[in-house]
Design a protein around this ligand. Structure first.
Ligand SMILES: C[S@@+](CC[C@H](N)C(=O)[O-])C[C@H]1O[C@@H](n2cnc3c(N)ncnc32)[C@H](O)[C@@H]1O
Length: 276
């Protein structure tokens, strides 16, 4: 008789906490993708790629447990309990989260909750939008001689106030990468202007790595106006610092503004821009 080592048929409860990456379905890790294909049930968030979900085998249960504004929102307690129930009922639960599960993703809370029930948890890191968002439009979060560090900060705290860390970060010379700040742009700009020059370059990146991604570029003094004009909306990343000035838009602008230099053929027409 052949000895079968595979125990998958027992549907033992287990949880894979997987980072789906910033949006582009190709930016999930190979390991994450493999585990996803082996899932019995997938609980996913709003920012997870539909294409990834469409590639799941037909028999896999897919449940949206997001917290999107204006729709039924799952509380974190409901999600925790649901993923434990699913693990005992179906076996392998994949919790698929946008970006990295441990970057403003509440992934560790889910891990602790599942482990308290004795459910084994595997964490598969994802590419965080905090780094991939800026990178995808040509903005490095560090650059030798320009920025030695970056702060990834949430704009608001649990009590919907501007985070104290953002105030500290603004006082440093570090690159600021601000998540969940789309609606707080005005407050963020006011705060940063207290510590950084009005010419400081800023990049606003909307729906990074997705086909409809947009980038709005300007300096601290003008960015709020540009964001209103161009209807900057969530999900968005705000990058503040000289590294944002490495975006080709600013390079072109510098060339345009500098006398005796050749004009680039496709010069940007104004100080504002939506770049793809
Ligand atoms: C709850 S946080 C989760 C972050 C995620 N865990 C990560 O590592 O990217 C959600 C915020 O991440 C940012 N974000 C995530 N994906 C994004 C994308 N594709 N484009 C722009 N911003 C994104 C936005 O600031 C959004 O409000």
């Amino acid at each position: 008789m052949k000895y079968v080592k595979n125990t998958d048929f027992l549907n033992l409860p287990r949880l894979s906490l997987i980072g789906a990456g910033p949006g582009d379905p190709e930016l999930i890790s190979r390991k994450g993708y493999r585990l996803l294909q082996e899932a019995d049930v997938v609980l996913y968030d709003a920012l997870v790629s539909q294409e990834l979900l469409d590639e799941l085998p037909q028999n896999v249960h897919k449940v949206y447990v997001g917290k999107r504004c204006g729709q039924h929102s799952w509380t974190q307690d409901e999600i925790n309990q649901f993923l434990v129930d699913c693990a005992f009922r179906y076996g392998h639960v994949v919790r698929l989260k946008g970006g990295d599960p441990f970057v403003f993703g509440r992934g560790h809370e889910e891990l602790q909750f599942a482990q308290a029930y004795g459910i084994p948890v595997e964490v598969v890191p994802g590419i965080s939008s905090a780094i991939a968002g800026p990178a995808s439009v040509g903005i490095p979060v560090t650059h030798r001689g320009i920025s030695n560090s970056f702060w990834v900060v949430t704009a608001t705290t649990r009590k919907h106030q501007i985070s104290k860390d953002l105030k500290l970060a603004a006082q440093s010379s570090s690159t600021l990468v601000i998540l969940m700040g789309t609606r707080k742009l005005s407050n963020i700009v006011q705060l940063v202007l207290q510590h950084r020059p009005v010419e400081t370059p800023v990049g606003l990146i909307e729906s990074a790595t997705l086909p409809h991604a947009r980038t709005i570029l300007g300096n601290l003094g003008e960015i709020e106006k540009l964001a209103v004009e161009q209807q900057f909306s969530a999900p968005g990343i705000i990058v503040v610092g000289e590294v944002a000035g490495l975006h080709p838009f600013f390079q072109d602008k510098r060339r345009r503004d500098t006398p005796f230099m050749n004009q680039p053929e496709q010069a940007v027409q104004s100080s504002s821009s939506i770049a793809k």
